[in-house]
Design a protein around this ligand. Structure first.
Ligand code: SF4
Ligand code: SF4
Length: 430
C-alpha cells in the first residue's frame, strides 16, 4: 500500500450533513447503544475530523466497524447524504492503514477469506458438502446430545442451529442450469445465484428458477458467475470487488437477457451499484450501468407476471424486509403485493419493519453481542404480532430470523421462510 489512507475518505460528501439528527431514530446502533459516536451523524463527523487530520484514523475503527451498513439513515435524511459512500470510503481507508501494519499471517487469513473462499464456487461447494455430511451422518445429533456444540463460539453455535438442511452433493451437482416455460417465453432471464444463497439455500434458488419458468420466463443460471462482491466491498476490498463485478458483468453479457434476476436483497443492492466501482474507467462504467439496468430483485419481476397460484394458505404472517432491498434498491411494495396475492393469509405488518434485524452480512458473526441486542428489538416486534410465519427476502435475514426463533423458543409454532418459498408453495411447486 502507498500514500495517506485518509485520502480515501469521502470528505466532500460529509459537508452534505447539516447535523439535524433526523436519522438518529432510524439507526439501530444508536437505538441499542445510545451513543452519538454510534449514530450516522456521529460517524459522519468522525470521518470529517479524520479527513482533516483532527483525529487519527484509529478513532474511526470502533464506530465504523459497529455500523451495520443498513443505510436506514440515508432513506430518512432530508439532505440526501450519501452515507453508503462515506461508510465504504472509511472502510477502505481503515483497510489500507491496517494492511500497512499487519503481520503476514493476518494478511494470509484475509486473502484466504476474500480471495480463496467466497469467490470460488468449488470452495463453497466443499463447505456445503462438509455441512451436509455433518447433518446427515448423525454427527450433528451426537454433538447436540453430548453438548459438544456448546464448545463452539456463541455466534457459530447460534447459526449452526439455524442452518437449514443442506442438499446432498449429488442433488446439487444435477440441478438444471436452464429452464424453459410452457409456450413462447415472455422474457429471457439470467439468474444470479449468489454465493451463500447457493451454498446454503440452494433449494430457494431452485424454486426461484421454477417460479420464473412457471410464470413464462426462460431462466438461465449463467455459468462462470461469482459472488456479487458485497462482503468484499463492506470489508474495504475495493480492488477485489471490482474484479468480481467485472467477472459477473462479462458472464451475463454472454447471452442477451431481458433481466438479470436475484433473490437476495444484499446481493441485489451490490449488483445495482456496480457502476460506482468504476468512476475512473468509462468503458467498465458503461458496461456496469447496462448490467445494473437489467438487474432486479425477483419480486419486482414476479409482481409483473401472471402467478399461477393454485392454493390458499391459511396462517398468520408477518414480513421482515431486507434493509438493502428497502434502502438501496428501493424495492418496498412488490413483496407486499405478492404476499397479498395469496388467499387465506392473515397479514400483520411489523410496527418497525425498516429496523435492521442485525444480520448485515457477517456482522452477526463478527459483532455477535451487538447483533443479538438488535435482534432482541426485532423479535419483540415479531412476538407482538404472534405470527405462524415470518417472510424475508435475503439469506442473511432468513438465518437471523431463524436464529431469533430459536433464541425466543418459538420453534414449535413459528417458521421463517423466504418469499420465494411462500409463493412456490401457493403455486404448488413444493
Ligand atoms: S439526517 Fe442527514 S443531515 Fe441530518 S444528521 Fe442525519 S445524516 Fe446528517
Ligand atoms: S447504516 Fe444503519 S447502522 Fe449504520 S449509521 Fe446508518 S442507520 Fe446506523
Amino acid at each position: 500500500m502507498s500514500g495517506d489512507p485518509r485520502k480515501k475518505l469521502a470528505y466532500n460528501e460529509t459537508f452534505d450533513c447539516i447535523q439535524c439528527g433526523s436519522c438518529l431514530p432510524a439507526c439501530p446502533t444508536y437505538k441499542t447503544m445510545g451513543k452519538e459516536t454510534q449514530s450516522p451523524r456521529g460517524r459522519i463527523n468522525l470521518v470529517k475530523m479524520a479527513a482533516e487530520g483532527k483525529i487519527s484514523l484509529d478513532k474511526l475503527k470502533g464506530p465504523i466497524n459497529l455500523c451495520l451498513g443498513c443505510r436506514a439513515c440515508e432513506r430518512v435524511c432530508p439532505t440526501n447524504v450519501k452515507y453508503g459512500k462515506i461508510l465504504e470510503s472509511a472502510k477502505e481507508a481503515l483497510y489500507e492503514q491496517e494492511m500497512d501494519m499487519v503481520s503476514p499471517v493476518k494478511r494470509f487469513e484475509e486473502d484466504l477469506f476474500y480471495k480463496q473462499i467466497f469467490p470460488k464456487r468449488h470452495m463453497l461447494n466443499t463447505a456445503s458438502n462438509i455441512l451436509w455430511f455433518y447433518q446427515k451422518s448423525g454427527l450433528k445429533t451426537v454433538a447436540h446430545l453430548t453438548g459438544m456444540n456448546k464448545l463452539l463460539p456463541h455466534s457459530l453455535e447460534t447459526f449452526e442451529q439455524a442452518t437449514p438442511k443442506i442438499s446432498s452433493p449429488s442433488h446439487r451437482h444435477h440441478r438444471p442450469k436452464r429452464l424453459f416455460p410452457e409456450g413462447k417465453p415472455l422474457f429471457k432471464v439470467g439468474f444470479f445465484t449468489g454465493c451463500v444463497m447457493d451454498a446454503v439455500f440452494d433449494r430457494i434458488n431452485d424454486l426461484s428458477m421454477e417460479l420464473l419458468a412457471a410464470c413464462g420466463c426462460e431462466v438461465v443460471a449463467a455459468e462462470g458467475q461469482t459472488c456479487c462482491g458485497a462482503l468484499h466491498d463492506h470489508g474495504g476490498r475495493t480492488d477485489l470487488t471490482q474484479e468480481l463485478a467485472k467477472r459477473n458483468i462479462e458472464v451475463f453479457e454472454q447471452e442477451s437477457f431481458d433481466y438479470i434476476v436475484n433473490n437476495a436483497g444484499g446481493c441485489g443492492a451490490m449488483l445495482g451499484e456496480y457502476a460506482h466501482l468504476f468512476e475512473d474507467d468509462e468503458e467498465w462504467k458503461q458496461r456496469a450501468e447496462r448490467f445494473a439496468k437489467k438487474s432486479v430483485d425477483i419480486s419486482v419481476l414476479l409482481a409483473q407476471l401472471p402467478l399461477p397460484i393454485k392454493k390458499e394458505i391459511h396462517c398468520r404472517v408477518t414480513f421482515q424486509p431486507s434493509c438493502h432491498m428497502t434502502n438501496v434498491q428501493k424495492v418496498i411494495h412488490e413483496p407486499l403485493q405478492l404476499i397479498r396475492t395469496i388467499k387465506g393469509l392473515d397479514f400483520h405488518p411489523l410496527d418497525d419493519p425498516d429496523f435492521c434485524c442485525g444480520s448485515a452480512g457477517v456482522y452477526n458473526i463478527v459483532n455477535y453481542e451487538e447483533s443479538m441486542k438488535i435482534l432482541d428489538v426485532k423479535m419483540a416486534d415479531v412476538k407482538d404480532k404472534n405470527p405462524d410465519l415470518i417472510v424475508t427476502t435475503n439469506p442473511g435475514c432468513l438465518l437471523q430470523m431463524k436464529a431469533g426463533i430459536e433464541r425466543e423458543h418459538l420453534g414449535d409454532h413459528v417458521r421463517a421462510v423466504h418469499l420465494v418459498e411462500l409463493l412456490a408453495e401457493a403455486c404448488g411447486l413444493n
